[in-house]
Design a binder for this molecule. Structure first.
Ligand SMILES: NC(=O)C1=CN([C@@H]2O[C@H](COP(=O)(O)OP(=O)(O)OC[C@H]3O[C@@H](n4cnc5c(N)ncnc54)[C@H](OP(=O)(O)O)[C@@H]3O)[C@@H](O)[C@H]2O)C=CC1
Ligand SMILES: CC(=O)N[C@@H](CCC(=O)OP(=O)(O)O)C(=O)O
Length: 349
């Protein structure tokens, strides 16, 4: 594919939070001419329209079609899946067999080892031979190597982007990584539950899934790909009363002879030409600096007294943490300009 070529795009899960954001990005993408939406196989004649499922999308009078892999492959050049964990592991086979491009926002194809997935997601994994056909799409470090792209998780994206330069350059003491991550409630999707109930989370903060969060093995898998000496991380996730956004505050002990200048040089080496990572040389970032955008803002400090490097990494979970990065993967897969379809300014104020 080249710049100027047109694409027919299928989207499964457009009525969810990340699917809806993806829909709005794809609608403005200069190379996307047809957008076909797919939903559950209801087996009934009941029609579902985007505008009724999402009141904010009034006038988007698109019907969700039944999920049918053959029809999807005949009508589209690529499929995005913005479905909960446990869906694509069951439906991906025909697409993988046909080498049909899929960008999967769920965790189902992020691991090479099926046992890791089933342990942390508490669900059956996709077969190992299918997992081998998928590639992990952390766009700032990898371009797609297969046609099935596993889009990274939201916390994993913020954490890995904050750690990458120091881990790749071996500037830290392995196994001293502590990540204290906080997320807005849209990270949990649109389904109401006890923890995203207004009267629970308003004016509240709640640390959940202690030592059990499914992004722990995802982060470790990628850190190990960069540096074999890393075997474990400390990782906590806290729900905070905002709609969108993640802040990962990362604490790590510096290897001998590290200085703040060397730390900044490492971050500049990897990110100074990166369109979607903005380094803050003297300040720490706030979440609102990236809300509504595909940016990851990163701030740094080094405390010589405690030999601790602190990195603060912020993203919009629905953009860089989901739909925005998925669109970057799409642009990379089809050789479109990196920023095509992505807003270049966050919401302000
Ligand atoms: N929210 C976020 O910030 C992030 C989410 N993710 C991942 O992206 C995926 C989507 O998340 P999110 O948008 O939050 O989820 P939502 O719960 O908001 O939306 C899920 C969507 O999938 C649809 N769906 C559910 N089951 C099926 C099925 N069997 N067949 C077809 N469609 C189905 C739902 O339709 P219906 O409503 O009709 O059931 C809905 O449109 C998840 O895997 C999530 O973990 C990744 C990074 C960040
Ligand atoms: C706030 C909140 O609940 N966030 C979700 C993130 C879900 C997600 O991104 O899930 P996968 O990447 O595993 O698909 C969580 O912590 O489970």
């Amino acid at each position: 594919m080249k710049e100027g070529e047109i694409m027919k795009v299928g989207l499964l899960g457009a009525t969810g939070y990340s699917g809806a954001v993806l829909y709005s990005l794809l609608k403005q993408h200069p190379n996307v001419t047809h957008l076909n939406l797919y939903g559950h196989n209801t087996g009934t004649s009941k029609k579902v329209f985007l505008e009724t499922a999402i009141p904010a999308y009034l006038n988007e009078h698109l019907e969700l079609q039944e999920f049918d892999p053959v029809a999807i492959m005949n009508s589209n050049d690529v499929l995005f899946c913005a479905t909960p964990a446990g869906v694509t592991s069951k439906i991906a086979r025909p697409f993988i067999e046909e080498n049909f491009p899929v960008i999967d926002l769920s965790g189902d194809f992020r691991f090479k080892d099926p046992a890791v997935y089933s342990k942390w997601y508490h669900k059956p994994a996709a077969p190992a031979e299918q997992l081998q056909k998928a590639c992990y799409g952390l766009t700032d470090f990898q371009t797609p190597t297969t046609h099935y792209i596993a889009n990274p998780g939201c916390y994993a994206t913020a954490s890995l982007l904050g750690l990458a330069p120091l881990v790749i350059e071996k500037m830290i003491i392995p196994d001293t990584i502590i990540i204290d991550a906080k997320s807005g409630v849209s990270g949990a999707g649109k389904k109401p539950n006890t923890s995203n109930n207004y009267s629970f989370i308003n004016e509240n903060a709640w640390l959940y899934k202690m030592n059990q969060h499914q992004h722990i093995p995802e982060i470790v898998q990628q850190l190990q790909a960069w540096n074999k000496n890393i075997s474990a991380i400390e990782f906590t996730t806290t729900l905070i009363p905002i709609t969108r956004g993640i802040m990962a505050t990362i604490y790590v002990k510096a290897a001998p002879n590290i200085t703040l200048t060397k730390i900044k040089q490492a971050f500049n080496k990897y990110y100074q030409h990166d369109k979607f990572i903005r380094l803050l040389p003297e300040e720490t970032p706030s979440i609102k600096e990236v809300t509504g955008s595909n940016y990851c803002n990163i701030g740094l400090s080094y405390n010589e007294v405690t030999n601790t490097i602190v990195i603060v990494s912020v993203i919009d979970n629905l953009m860089k943490g989901a739909a925005g990065q998925a669109l970057q993967n799409f642009n990379q897969l089809f050789n479109f300009p990196e920023e095509a379809g992505l807003p270049l300014l966050p919401l302000f104020p």
